[in-house]
Ligand binder design. Structure first.
Ligand code: SAM
Ligand code: SF4
Length: 330
């Protein structure tokens, strides 16, 4: 069945990203401020509400769900939630994005629960730099988590790297080498201006074209038309067929025309576009209509007609979206 969810520009919505918590054990410099206030627990959707929404969206034709956060693996009960969502009839794949800190313990239970693919963030291979970027993270723990994920039998594992000049841009080739050695994919992401993080984003900005040029110093690249249902553009390495390299380029290659997704924030706001504040309060609707799905679905259908045509991210000037990435279902 094709998805019944359409926006006002004729785009079909068949991909939902759900933030299961705004909390995190890291404080990455591009994602959070050093001092963060997290949502009171009663404002966060319960596991039951998350499941109910997943079921409603899948019933409307959503085929892919990504669980994210915050750090999804610090949410109590995450494995059970994955098991229930993965079993929804009609869902093609349940995938998850993690910082890797809890994977040593949770990789196998997640794979057994039906999570098909995993994205793991990895911004540096140097422990001191890794600590500086994540503010609290332990590189060795994340590397052990990646190793455990490889043993656990996911269909694919992809690394995500936000590239910043002066912090990790000089590690791009080493990170590609790390992915190649292990048969992993890797995506390089341009930093997005979400939330006020205490510095101007343009200082460290490194475009995907610059990243590509850095990789070409070490590897011959082959363009690829592959799609993973997300915003990345892919290339392959001529001499290492297994690894795909992705570029997520919100600034330099706008990807809005083919947008197929919406995001659910941890407090149950349906975000129609990462780059705008347009949203629908699903938590209120769910709590007012604890049994029947009709009113919730009707409101979702109407809200989709307000989905903006594109984001308007700019590198300079005022922060346009005050929401931090951890609160956005990034
Ligand atoms: N905690 C998990 C993690 O770090 O993978 C999942 C949530 S995190 C918000 C999802 C992805 O968003 C990560 O790959 C992270 O690097 C990326 N991210 C966070 N803030 C960003 C920003 N301002 N610009 C671009 N990517 C960002
Ligand atoms: Fe946490 Fe992920 Fe944000 Fe880093 S990017 S602070 S790991 S939510």
């Amino acid at each position: 069945m094709a998805s019944a969810l359409q926006d006002g520009f004729g785009r079909t919505i068949d991909y939902l990203r759900m933030s299961v918590t705004d909390r995190c054990d890291f404080r990455c410099v591009y994602c959070m401020a050093e001092q963060m206030t997290f949502l009171p627990r009663q404002q966060v959707l319960t596991l039951e509400e998350l499941y109910r929404l997943a079921a409603l969206f899948v019933g409307q034709g959503v085929r892919k769900i990504r669980l994210t956060g915050g750090e999804p693996l610090v949410r109590q009960g995450i494995v059970g939630l994955c098991r229930r969502i993965a079993a929804l009839p009609g869902l093609r794949e349940l995938v998850l994005t993690s910082n890797g800190s809890q994977l040593e313990r949770l990789a196998r239970p997640l794979a057994e629960a039906g999570v098909k693919r995993l994205n793991v963030s990895l911004d540096s291979l140097d422990p001191a730099r890794f600590r500086a970027i994540t503010r609290t993270g332990e590189l060795a723990q994340v590397l052990a988590g990646i190793e455990a994920a490889q043993q656990a039998g996911f269909e694919r594992i992809k690394l995500n790297t936000v590239v910043m000049k002066g912090r990790n841009a000089d590690e791009v080739l080493d990170l590609v080498g790390f992915a190649v050695e292990r048969g992993l994919d890797i995506s390089f992401i341009e930093e997005m201006p979400l939330g006020e993080v205490g510095r101007s984003r343009d200082e460290a900005f490194c475009s995907s074209d610059e990243v590509r040029a850095l990789i070409e110093r070490g590897y011959a690249l082959l363009d690829s038309a592959e799609q993973s249902g997300g915003p990345a553009r892919y290339v392959r390495l001529r001499d290492h067929g297994q690894t795909r390299i992705g570029f997520i380029s919100p600034h330099s290659h706008n990807f809005c025309a083919t947008c197929n997704r919406v995001r659910l924030t941890a407090e149950g706001r349906l975000l129609l576009c990462l780059g705008h504040e347009h949203s629908l309060d699903l938590r209120g609707l769910l709590r007012r209509h604890p049994i029947e799905g009709g009113p919730v679905l009707e409101a979702i259908g109407k809200a989709l007609l307000r989905k903006p045509q594109r984001h308007e991210f700019a590198l300079h000037g005022e922060v346009q979206v005050l929401r931090f990435m951890n609160a956005s279902g990034g």
